[in-house]
Ligand binder design. Structure first.
Ligand code: HEC
Length: 112
């Protein structure tokens, strides 16, 4: 379950993905600290972990994490896909999503 659900974004011992912070050393955070990080993930969202929403001049909607950028292009990092390079000239608008992508509570709060 952990491999399928969590390692698509996190890594442990260099296995997994780099969308979220590595979870090595989680034991040191204690149950309470871990629960807080999972229950209110947005409390600790750093800009590198916020979803960047991109609209292109041809009307495409893209999203991902800002992996890198230079004066010519930005690079979006996405779960289970290759990084995507987007030329600045093709970008109509850029905005950071304010909501964490941590999936557990997003899912639970979507249940009615
Ligand atoms: C879609 C990507 C994604 C998935 C899937 C995901 N996480 Fe996360 N997780 C993140 C991001 C991004 C952060 C950092 C920002 C935040 O806290 O929202 C994070 C933060 C965390 C933190 C806090 C880490 C810290 O150093 O503060 C823990 C603990 C955590 N995740 C555990 C899990 C577990 C356990 C699972 C599987 C049930 C999981 N995550 C699935 C993206 C993900």
């Amino acid at each position: 379950m952990f491999t399928r659900t969590c390692l698509v974004c996190h890594s442990v011992a260099n296995e997994g993905a780099k969308l979220g912070p590595p979870l090595d050393g989680s034991a040191h955070r204690g149950t309470e600290g871990l629960l807080r990080a999972i229950v209110t993930p947005s409390a600790a969202v750093e800009s590198g972990y916020r979803l960047l929403l991109v609209e292109t001049v041809v009307g495409e909607h893209l999203d991902g994490f800002l992996a890198s950028q230079d004066e010519h292009a930005i690079v979006l990092r996405r779960p289970q896909r290759e990084d995507l390079r987007v030329e600045r000239g093709s970008i109509a608008s850029l905005a950071f999503d304010t909501v964490s992508v941590m999936p557990l509570f997003a899912y639970l709060t979507s249940l009615r």
